[in-house]
Design a protein around this ligand. Structure first.
Ligand code: NAP
Length: 428
């Protein structure tokens, strides 16, 4: 990040020294407003709101790319200079991707922030309508490469791309948003790279291409972690009709357990596996979980952590949090490593996690998350789920784990409860 900051600073200074600059007024105004917005976002947005904050940044970046493209086109048109085909290709690509990324990212932000419904918004014939709109937009783009002097067609293409961004993200549910976000990130990067071609700016070309392709690779990796394909994410309307089916057949009741009992159970166990999730992050309970692990290890209990690749709200979220609390990296186990260990585990303690331990993903083919790899805590000898109440996870689905006989529900805020558990273990 620091290298990127230094790179950006050098690019800005280099640009400011450009001999073609006529006046600095607008540049300084833009710099001041941008710095203020960036500073406020950096200071006040919590780590758990990182996905929506990233969505907003993509929207800003993509909008900037689209505006640069539009102004370049306009400049050529009013000065009567014919636009070369190669320039028009880069320019059209930049405006098209920039425009659709802007509105797509804004809607992703609104969904993740809870400003609009997070569930997929679908209607009959949606995919066909979207594909037709995309085909018209791309058709206009190709036409403009050969006949670049039509201002109305250019603005129609830009307008359609703005609309397409909204329509693209509408049917995508919150649970798939991380993948969509990294895809939009990739589009924003490619739009910036195209801007670099238009402006003959090498920094933009290199940075945009890096951003574009790393975003694309990340999208593929996240899809793999969730056992979904990109096309399924984009056109599958995850979590709509199937949700009801997935939730219909909950059986059994939730069994509540007391803090003292859990303390004794943990203290006399041979092996305990902690499974942290988003709730650990919101409660900032990483230090408390470390203290509990220390208290258990002092009594000779083996403690391990099971880390799901999409636990929390950003890739690596749990690793970063636990590292902050000095949890040794050797105690963290990835999904494939830890799953075979659950049957020999006395207590699997789920701390503020939900979707990543939902057995429906494995057992219920009609579930919207069917096929997503999970941490199989339900195979342990006993499970304790620590959460505040009956709240659902990010996907909005019910979790049958909570109704299994092997599971005890320990209600409370993660940080507060873990701190009290340390004392319970010490007195057991
Ligand atoms: P989750 O499914 O979102 O569940 C978190 C649970 O924590 C909730 O059920 C909530 O229940 C509980 N909770 C919230 N605050 C708490 C607190 N202060 N103390 C104790 N419990 C608390 O979390 P997850 O299992 O980590 O799964 C992550 C989800 O986020 C996945 O669906 C994933 O696809 C998605 N996602 C991941 C990323 C990524 O890159 N990692 C990015 C965006 C989205 P109560 O309300 O009852 O307490």
């Amino acid at each position: 990040m620091h290298l990127a900051e230094i790179g950006m600073l050098m690019a800005i200074i280099g640009t400011l020294l450009h001999h073609e600059i006529v006046t600095y007024t607008w540049i300084i105004t833009g710099l001041a407003i941008g710095s203020l917005v960036g500073l406020a976002m950096g200071l006040w947005v919590p780590m758990t709101a990182m996905p929506q904050r990233t969505a907003l940044s993509h929207a800003f970046g993509a909008f900037a790319a689209a505006l640069v493209g539009i102004s370049e086109f306009y400049k050529h048109e009013v000065s009567g200079v014919h636009i070369e085909r190669i320039t028009m290709s880069a320019l059209g690509f930049e405006v098209m991707l920039g425009a659709l990324t802007t509105t797509g990212s804004l809607l992703a932000f609104a969904k993740l922030q809870g400003m609009v419904r997070g569930t997929p918004m679908t209607y009959k014939g949606q995919n066909i309508f979207n594909m037709t709109l995309l085909a018209i937009t791309v058709g206009l783009f190709i036409y403009l490469i050969f006949v670049p002097d039509s201002m109305p067609l250019f603005f129609t293409m830009a307008g359609l791309a703005f609309i397409f961004g909204f329509l693209l993200v509408m049917p995508i549910g919150s649970a798939d948003m991380p993948v969509v976000m990294s895809l939009l990130n990739s589009y924003a990067g490619l739009a910036s790279a195209a801007t670099g071609f238009v402006l003959s700016n090498n920094v933009l070309i290199i940075a945009g291409t890096l951003d574009g392709f790393s975003g694309f690779i990340l999208s593929i990796l996240m899809c793999r972690a969730m056992n979904r394909s990109i096309t399924n994410v984009l056109f599958g309307a995850f979590g709509s009709a199937a949700t009801a089916a997935g939730e219909a057949d909950q059986q059994g009741t939730m069994r509540e357990v007391g803090l003292e009992d859990v303390g004794v159970q943990l203290a006399y166990a041979n092996k305990v596996i902690f499974v942290p999730g988003y709730g650990l992050a919101t409660a900032q309970a990483q230090h408390a979980v470390r203290e509990l692990a220390d208290a258990l290890e002092k009594r000779g209990v083996t403690v391990k952590y099971g880390i799901h690749p999409v636990a929390g709200r950003m890739p690596g979220h749990m690793n970063v949090l636990l590292a902050e609390a000095n949890v040794p990296y050797s105690s963290l186990y990835e999904l494939e490593q830890i799953n075979p260990e659950f049957p020999s585990t006395d207590v699997a303690m789920v701390i503020g996690a939900n979707d990543v331990v939902n057995p429906d993903a494995r057992d219920n083919p009609s579930s919207p998350i069917a096929g997503m790899p999970i941490l199989e805590v339900d195979r342990s000898k006993s499970v304790v789920v620590l959460k505040r109440g009956q709240g659902k996870g990010f996907s909005g689905l019910e979790n049958p784990l909570f109704f299994k006989p092997v599971t005890g529900m320990l209600y409370g805020d993660a940080k507060d409860t873990l701190t009290r558990l340390v004392q319970a273990v010490q007195h057991a």
